[in-house]
Design a protein around this ligand. Structure first.
Ligand SMILES: NC(=O)c1ccc[n+]([C@@H]2O[C@H](COP(=O)([O-])OP(=O)(O)OC[C@H]3O[C@@H](n4cnc5c(N)ncnc54)[C@H](O)[C@@H]3O)[C@@H](O)[C@H]2O)c1
Ligand SMILES: N[C@H](C(=O)O)[C@H](O)COP(=O)(O)O
Length: 331
């Protein structure tokens, strides 16, 4: 079984557009793939975009199509009618039903990997469902695994010690236990999933200038340095904590396989500046392979034909590559 499964994400966003557009291109990814979505939604978006689309219903034993203009769909009905660009909390449960079906299919070996389109975190919360992101949702679905978010663009890989956390809560969350867990998962998955024999990881400080010897914050001295020292002693190749402002320069990056940033907007603006449009988001630490696009729902572009498929194609290609490697146990 090497079939990949895609969830288009928020129905009012560009996810459905991207799938319809992808269907017009030569087959993406080195493996067949299917979509978990409402077929009527995909057909309506294709009409809006003025693009031809044939839909074929997924059956577990049928080969996924490779014909141009065709999508293989595992049908999940939307709850409410969808208008491109207009969020509706009534469809939050639809988004989560597509994700749940796809993730469960990966967990039981029906699919080799999950590729996700963008969801809108806000509208899911507006529907009364606590939701901070795919990363945390999938971790819970996978038996409360500890997830590590990694985004990759070309040679740059940036992982996060904390994911979708308000900035006011970040410092409290940087504990020795969390840092050790995240670094062990990052090191383990870089070895097993990316084939790096001895991953070299650069670790950012939390504070300006990595705390300036304690004068601008003590997390580096009290938490980060002792954790790195402990993990170096068991063989991890870790450099840091380094000031984040100068870590992201070629002189440091050329000696690294990955960077660990302490929080979302310390690491991701650099990554997206370097590679927005073809970068891929990968969730490490899960018993399944999951990749995703580097962008959001782009409600302003839904139904316009101007959404670009580069990141989705890259996410499919990487998912296929990762799936070709032997399945790996979590760290
Ligand atoms: N993988 C995901 O599920 C994911 C990732 C990032 C953001 N989000 C969510 O998406 C929502 C909107 O976020 P945002 O507005 O900060 O970011 P966004 O990525 O949706 O939009 C940022 C800008 O990039 C443009 N853009 C985005 N994707 C594009 C594409 N494929 N082709 C061309 N232009 C594109 C948009 O038009 C907009 O100008 C939020 O709810 C956010 O949490 C989800
Ligand atoms: N943090 C991601 C980004 O900025 O691209 C995005 O919000 C998606 O996160 P999930 O994969 O957890 O939904």
């Amino acid at each position: 079984m090497n079939r990949l499964v895609i969830t288009p994400g928020e129905p009012a966003g560009i996810g459905p557009d991207l799938l319809v557009q992808l269907a017009q291109q030569p087959p993406a990814g080195a493996a067949p793939w299917i979509v978990v979505a409402d077929p009527d939604l995909l057909a309506a978006r294709a009409r809006q975009l003025g693009l031809p689309l044939r839909l074929r219903e997924y059956t577990a034993d049928a080969a996924a199509p490779t014909a141009i203009g065709e999508l293989c769909v595992l049908p999940v009905a939307a709850t409410a009618p969808v208008t491109a660009g207009q969020l509706d909390p009534a469809n939050a449960d639809y988004v989560l039903r597509t994700l749940t079906r796809a993730a469960d299919g990966c967990l039981r070996g029906e699919f080799a990997a999950l590729v996700t389109g963008p969801v809108h975190k806000g509208v899911i919360n507006d529907a009364g469902i606590a939701f901070t992101g795919h990363t945390e949702f999938l971790a819970a679905r996978c038996g409360n695994a500890h997830p590590v978010m990694l985004l990759a663009a070309d040679a740059l890989r940036v992982a996060l010690a904390t994911t979708h956390l308000p900035l006011a809560e970040v410092s409290r969350a940087i504990t020795p236990a969390r840092l050790e867990r995240v670094l062990r998962i990052l090191d383990h998955d870089l070895r097993t999933r990316f084939g790096l024999a001895q991953p070299r990881i650069l670790v950012c400080g939390l504070n300006p200038h990595a705390g300036e010897s304690g004068h601008l914050g003590r997390e580096e001295i009290d938490i980060i340095e002792p954790t790195l020292k402990r993990l170096r002693a068991v063989g991890l190749h870790l450099t840091g904590p380094l000031p984040a402002d100068t870590l992201f320069t070629p002189r440091h990056l050329e000696h690294a396989d990955a960077v660990l940033a302490m929080y979302h907007d310390q690491g991701l603006p650099v990554l997206k500046y370097a590679g927005f449009g073809h970068a891929v988001n990968i969730t490490l630490g899960l018993p399944i392979i999951r990749t995703s696009v580097d962008h959001g729902t782009a409600l302003d572009l839904a139904g316009s034909g101007r959404a670009e498929t580069g990141s989705l194609r890259a996410a499919l290609d990487l998912a296929a590559d990762l799936a070709r490697r032997a399945p790996v146990a979590c760290a």
